[in-house]
Ligand binder design. Structure first.
Ligand code: IPE
Ligand code: IPE
Ligand code: MG
Length: 238
């Protein structure tokens, strides 16, 4: 499958809504947390696939602001898994020259998580390969609200100021990232769940029934192949 992909026309930025961990566990009559653990393996597959292809940006929706509504034990486990992931994958990230980034209300995460994140960001800062961004405590509407507050503050400081699309994009957590070209969601749900609403305006959507813990490199290659068959028109005539 890899051979069929046109390396000249890769999506520059792939974003993934990693969904279906709970259903994966339920199918096996296991507690949901087993699904989250199994989902970590799929993260490695997605990252590896992008690395092998030479995709520049990969953004993973790992924890939404709305996910705090879940039972405290599940939230706690998700935070623990994140810390485990950062520890376990650091060597691999260095070897593969991966540059880690985060988007979301990071300051609201537990202190220990923030510390591990800061450490991982610092260690991968000078890496020049795949830009891997984790969306943590992320919500697109919260991001927009934060951006508008920032702009309002700048406006108060500077007096008159024009708020155009560029100014808004520059004020989002994603200011350093290009807009996603391909947005993948696993486990069949046809919704964005408050992910990159502004940035995904012209992203190509690709939804698979595969549950996130079953996601493998070939699924990502399949998504890219399908993406390459699409005609992107941006409202024009193509
Ligand atoms: C995605 O899987 C992981 C997170 C949202 C953190 P879910 O936990 O949402 O799994 P389902 O959707 O209940 O199957
Ligand atoms: C989206 O999945 C959030 C993440 C993958 C982190 P959810 O499972 O939280 O979304 P809904 O509740 O199905 O919309
Ligand atoms: Mg879900």
């Amino acid at each position: 499958m890899l051979a069929q992909i046109d390396r000249e026309r890769l999506p520059r930025h792939i974003a993934i809504i990693m969904d279906g961990n709970g259903r994966w566990a339920l199918k096996r009559k296991l507690p949901r947390i087993y699904g989250h653990r199994a989902g970590m393996r799929a993260v490695r597959q997605g990252v590896e696939a992008c690395h092998r292809l030479g995709v520049s940006y990969l953004t993973l929706y790992a924890f939404s602001i709305e996910n705090w509504k879940r039972p405290p034990a599940e939230v706690k486990l998700l935070m623990t898994l994140l810390r485990e992931y950062l520890k376990k994958e650091m060597e691999e990230m260095q070897r593969e020259n991966i540059h880690l980034g985060v988007i979301g209300r990071i300051h609201e995460l537990p202190g220990a998580v923030r510390k591990d994140l800061q450490n991982a960001l610092a260690r991968t800062r000078s890496n020049t390969g795949l830009h891997l961004t984790l969306a943590l405590n992320y919500g697109s509407r919260a991001e927009l609200a934060d951006a508008f507050s920032k702009l309002a503050m700048q406006m108060r400081k500077n007096g008159k100021m024009e708020i155009d699309e560029k100014a808004i994009s520059r004020s989002l957590y994603t200011q350093d990232l290009p807009d996603p070209d391909l947005l993948i969601r696993t486990s069949g749900e046809m919704r964005l769940s408050n992910f990159l609403l502004w940035q995904a305006a012209y992203a190509e959507l690709w939804v698979t029934e595969t549950l996130w813990p079953d996601f493998r490199r070939r699924d990502l290659y399949q998504a890219v192949l399908d993406y390459q068959k699409r005609e992107r028109r941006y409202g024009g005539l193509g």
